[in-house]
Design a protein. Sequence first.
Length: 174
Amino acid sequence: MRTMVPRLVVTQDNEFFFAAAREGRLAIQRCVDCHALRHPPGPCCPDCRSFNWDTVSASGRCTLHSYTVIHHPQDDGFDYPLIVGLVDLEEGTRLVADIAGIERDELEIGMVLEVGFAEHPHGEVLPQLRRPGGRTHDRPIRRWHPVAHSRPAAGPDDDRGGRHRLTGLRGRPS
Ligand SMILES: [Zn+2]
């Protein structure tokens, strides 16, 4: 199997997002100074220009704002048609992810969805939208096809403790 999907570009501004996804958690960046949430991650708050940020764990509950159905070009890493949704998270930000387990004619704008997680063709874990059912990441829907790859000898995990201190990434509140 071959994939043309590019590898993730992981930076010190977005590494928290992918680290949380590997734990089955949706982390959203929050401005420390004005508390505005933002996604996708970036170094600076678009509201107040502050560079101080931490993260919050989103519930994963969301509603469908829009979607598109991709037929071509096709990649071995995915099933087609591939449906990609834009959702409003209940925390107030938006997220783009593929939709699994729901047919196109079952989709309605405004319908309630839930964020689960699935393995990317390169082996990374990313959010995936599904019907609400609770704890969906415990029973993943494998619509993505992992492909053979070699991991770099040193990855973001190697400095996890330090990164968490830098980003303020916190564990799941309970
Ligand atoms: Zn701000």
